[in-house]
Design a protein around this ligand. Sequence first.
Ligand code: ADP
Ligand code: MG
Length: 335
Amino acid sequence: MIHIEHLNKDYRVAGRSVRALRDINLHMPRGKIFGIIGRSGAGKSTLLRTLNLLERPTSGAIRIEGNDITTLDKPGLDRLRQRIGMVFQNFNVLYAKTVADNIAFPLRLAGGYSRAQRAHRVDELLDLVGLREHRDKFPAQLSGGQKQRVGIARAIAHAPQVLLCDEATSALDPETTQSILALLADINARLGITIVLITHEMEVIRSICDHVAVIEGGEIVESGPVAEVFLHPRHPATRSLVAETTHDHGSLAALPADGATRVRLTYTGDAVHQPILTRVAAHCGAGITILQGSVSRIKDTPYGQLLVEIGGNDAEAAQALALLRGLDVQCEVVR
Ligand code: ADP
Ligand code: MG
């Protein structure tokens, strides 16, 4: 759907050229939720804004449905922007207009809708984002999450093919964040809108994204399906972002060494629902002690992570590891 090829972006700062994006190559499949994660200043907003040409690339191509958008003329650009909605961190609502008028605004701007058509579409959108009973309120009377719902309804008013979200939940508390993420996932699933979102929180990626790219210093340092990148991060930048969401406690390192093999186990799918450790321990006679553990979810896939110590002699420990690997459990020997 979206192909980014050798994309570079330079900003001019005080007469000097500063590279914000360096040789970005990405493919974002149609109908999926594609997340881009990175620290502040990494280039996330710049990258997202090149997708609707709010920022012009310095070089490279951006193909949407095969057409390089960097070559569009003004009418072509106007048409493109109707097909691409955008949601912002600060909600971007009009404070002097009611909820219903906020949502009607992009339809009014575009023209081509009768009054009745507009009213009908606004009702539809109000239902979709769950704001029907708030239609005549002003933004100042709404919570942050409700304001973002207005922002989302406005962004999808024209039924775009793509929705760009720039830190859409970063101004919200964790609970509201989850409800907005659920709304975005619902919009993606029900309307088939391709979503590209940027965030600095791995939790956002884990909750709703199918694919993720990690950006650091204007470069993509890692990308792939979320489960793969989240469970087996390779690049230090990814590892550090993932570590913030897992429940590693530094105190464990201080546990006395006792000659046992310490192993991090990661498993997905059916294995989550099976008493794997009991089976393995019974089979090979090695005692297995759980030091830490959690079962969580990557989008719709449950996964478990355990930190365990395998007792017994080396042969018994090796047998236990072989059995675990045979059950599709990924084992990383920590010590
Ligand atoms: P992020 O969204 O990941 O925080 P940005 O894309 O906003 O990162 O910024 C990437 C880099 O580009 C930063 O070093 C930032 O200072 C710089 N930058 C962003 N916008 C501009 C601009 N309009 N002019 C000059 N430099 C900019
Ligand atoms: Mg930003």
